[in-house]
Design a protein around this ligand. Structure first.
Ligand code: ADP
Ligand code: ZN
Length: 520
């Protein structure tokens, strides 16, 4: 006789084989184990609990926060001949009662329940009288207080473990960095669960980060040399910049459309439809654009501003190359991005604990930008997916970064910050280092400082790079009260005393055009 899991895969879902880790997850669950599954959107999470629910005796209970999605899933399952139903607030009492009856009579393979419904004494009582195959907690990152999708009801799902210790539990999510993962494990009592992660790599996407000089011009050069006629998305931080950039690209002959939450719903819909249906549209957008956009041939995603976390970056760039053909994730980034994001973060209403988490997410993002090894390795490692070998398809792999001994330069930069009273931004600091003779410097008396004019050997762009790296490495912080003035941190002491030497990235002067090599 055929294996029951494979049998279900073939006959119910009509697929030939399991993807990545699906099979392992399914076997583990069928054997009664708990699991935490991390797979990106579209990775195939649903089968991981649907098949065990079919194979194990009893009904599989699926906790899902999105009512619309729940209804879609149930109708799709019914069409495949699976006995599925849902319980949520949109139903009338009579329909709900019928579902309850079906459950108790063992007539359901899968039952989808909204979390607030599940937690009512009535439902818990009902479940106690039914035969249960498993609990699947979908979108498990909703337990995370720090996440963008926090749902208080998810916090209470610990009751599942308390009331039903014998029933296996599987938690699934597409977004889970280390802190979120820890929260899921703790809140859902998954200490014993096996951890499965797969499918995060997008090998056809080439990751590149370039230093911002004139970002718009750099973007245009990138588009003209590599993406004529291609569809793509350009992300900007503000609505204003979206408008300006779209207009500017149009003036340069590109079919660019703006998209942000400030536009009317109709206009947004119209632009989105054009992007999906026509070829070669460049959507210039804030992060308001992208949720649920499934256009397979998006050839590039460009960032004119730094995203605030690697999760956001991964999600946004992940909209490129869904068809598996080569695609670019291109970003221009500079010190000003860090200053702006830090200021936004500090000015937000969030509490101190949350700000701390967000600061560390931003730091991870910066670390990614400044990395001198394979970018993909850094990106995947952030999601817990350690890769032993460099990828060969990111900028640092294709053009290894040169480094230089930046110790002396760093010392000059740090002393300059110190001597000027830790009250100035990078432009002024560079003018002092380069010994610029201007009114502002004279009125401040900075021409008399010992650091005045000691840094003539580097040009302004090189100094910017030094300052940026010192911020990314945590030797300087951006004072978010003022206008982006830089301050020393405790960590810079060993650099100032010469105990610690620093190797810094050398910026390549002119980024090479993309090679034509295709990846499989
Ligand atoms: P997720 O919940 O992770 O976003 P889904 O479970 O909705 O992803 O699956 C995404 C798509 O992949 C669906 O269309 C699903 O039918 C398909 N799929 C899942 N597993 C397989 C498989 N083993 N073979 C072929 N297609 C699959
Ligand atoms: Zn690489």
């Amino acid at each position: 006789m055929q294996d029951p899991a494979l049998h279900a895969l073939h006959t119910v879902f009509g697929y030939d084989r399991f993807r990545a880790q699906q099979e392992e997850v399914i076997r583990h669950l069928i054997d009664g184990g708990d699991a935490l599954v991390l797979m990106p959107t579209g990775g195939g999470k649903s089968l991981c609990y649907q098949i065990p629910a079919l194979v194990r005796p009893g009904t599989g209970i699926v906790v899902s926060p999105l009512i619309a999605l729940m209804q879609d899933q149930v109708s799709a399952l019914l069409q495949s001949g699976v006995r599925a139903a849902y319980l949520n607030s949109t139903q009338d009492a009579q329909t709900a009662q019928q579902v309850e009856r079906q459950l108790l009579q063992g007539e359901l393979d899968l039952l989808y329940v909204a979390p607030e419904r599940l937690l009512t004494p009535r439902t818990l009582n009902l479940l106690k009288r039914a035969r249960l195959a498993l609990f699947a907690i979908d979108e498990a990152h909703c337990v995370s207080q720090w996440g963008h999708d926090f749902r208080p009801e998810y916090h209470q799902l610990t009751v599942l473990h308390e009331h039903f210790p014998q029933v296996p539990r599987i938690a699934l999510t597409a977004t889970a960095d280390e802190p979120t993962r820890k929260e899921i494990i703790q809140k859902l009592a998954l200490e014993e669960a096996r951890f499965f992660i797969s499918g995060f790599d997008r090998p056809n996407i080439r990751y590149r980060v370039t230093q911002k000089q004139n970002a718009r011009e750099q973007l245009l050069r990138f588009l003209e040399s590599e993406h004529r006629g291609d569809a793509g998305i350009v992300y900007c931080l503000s609505r204003k910049k979206v408008e300006e950039t779209a207009e500017w690209l149009r003036a340069k002959g590109w079919d660019a459309l703006p998209y942000h939450a400030g536009l009317s719903a109709e206009l947004r819909q119209r632009h989105q439809d054009r992007f999906l249906k026509e070829e070669g549209i460049v959507m210039v957008a804030t992060i308001a654009f992208g949720m649920g956009i499934d256009k397979p041939n998006v050839r590039f995603v460009a960032h004119l501003d730094l995203p605030k976390s690697l999760e956001a970056y991964y999600q946004e760039t992940g909209r490129a190359g869904r068809d598996g053909l080569p695609a670019d994730a291109w970003m221009a980034y500079g010190l000003q991005d860090v200053i702006t994001l830090r200021q936004m973060l500090e000015a937000s209403e969030a509490g101190e604990a949350r700000k701390r988490v967000e600061r560390s997410k931003l730091e991870a993002m910066l670390g990614y930008c400044e990395v001198t090894t394979c970018r993909r390795q850094v990106l995947l490692a952030y999601f817990g997916d350690e890769r032993p070998a460099p990828c060969g398809n990111c900028d640092t792999c294709l053009e290894p970064v040169e480094t230089w001994d930046g110790t002396e330069a760093a010392q000059m930069a740090l002393s300059c910050v110190y001597r000027t009273g830790q009250r100035f931004g990078v432009t002024h600091l560079i003018e002092v280092l380069q010994g610029k003779d201007n009114e502002r410097i004279r009125s401040l008396g900075h021409q008399r400082l010992s650091t005045f004019g000691i840094g003539k050997e580097l040009d302004a762009a090189q100094w910017r790079s030094v300052f940026r790296q010192l911020v990314a490495l945590g030797f300087l912080t951006v004072d978010t009260e003022g206008y982006g003035s830089l301050r020393l941190t405790e960590a810079c002491r060993p650099v100032l005393t010469g105990e610690q030497r620093l190797r810094l990235r050398k910026e390549s002067k002119r980024p090479k055009a993309r090679s034509t090599r295709r990846v499989s």
